[in-house]
Design a protein. Structure first.
Length: 181
């Protein structure tokens, strides 16, 4: 028996494709206009929450992040900063497994708290990685420093958690996919 079903693979591919397309089309425009990094995190976190909700298996979020990275780099090779989001996907996956999928998805209050925590933590790490490895020191200094840059990424993660949870609750209300136990 296979670990990921075809339904899981389809979910991971769709969430990764959504994340990639929005990250290479809308996010660069937002970055050029505002120099605020949180739109990428918002898009990524919402996509990862959808993949987690759909598959509920260890590795699904990591695979979604890896696919999104490959697609993003294939379509926009200069977007090497996306490796920060790949790392965030791994952290997101590990924390969701540690906290438990039931606590992250099936219980109203714990879902909000746990997914908010996971999203903020993973995107803050992405911000640190991007700031340290892919941004010039003068650019980071102009943005207020590495801590502020990571904090802006964490803000995007918090907004993305709200968007992702809203999408999940809307899909559940429409009985698009029944909750798995």
């Amino acid at each position: 028996m296979t670990y990921f079903t075809t339904r899981d693979v389809a979910a991971m591919a769709m969430c990764a494709a959504l994340w990639s397309v929005l990250s290479i089309t809308i996010a660069p425009i937002f970055w050029k206009l505002t120099h605020m990094p949180f739109l990428c995190d918002m898009i990524g976190t919402a996509s990862l929450i959808l993949a987690l909700w759909w598959a509920r298996k260890l590795g699904a979020v990591t695979v979604t992040g890896a696919i999104a990275t490959v697609l993003t780099l294939a379509l926009r090779p200069e977007a090497t900063h996306f490796f920060g989001f790949t790392t965030a996907s791994v952290i997101f996956d590990a924390l969701a497994r540690l906290i438990g999928y039931r606590n992250c998805l099936d219980r109203p209050i714990p879902s909000v708290i746990s997914l908010l925590f996971i999203s903020i933590a993973s995107t803050a790490v992405a911000g640190l990685i991007i700031g340290i490895l892919f941004m010039s020191p003068p650019m980071i200094a102009a943005m207020g420093g590495l801590v502020l840059f990571a904090g802006l990424h964490a803000l995007g993660g918090a907004i993305g958690a709200a968007v992702g949870l809203t999408l999940v609750r809307a899909l559940e209300a429409r009985i698009v996919m029944p909750k798995s136990s």
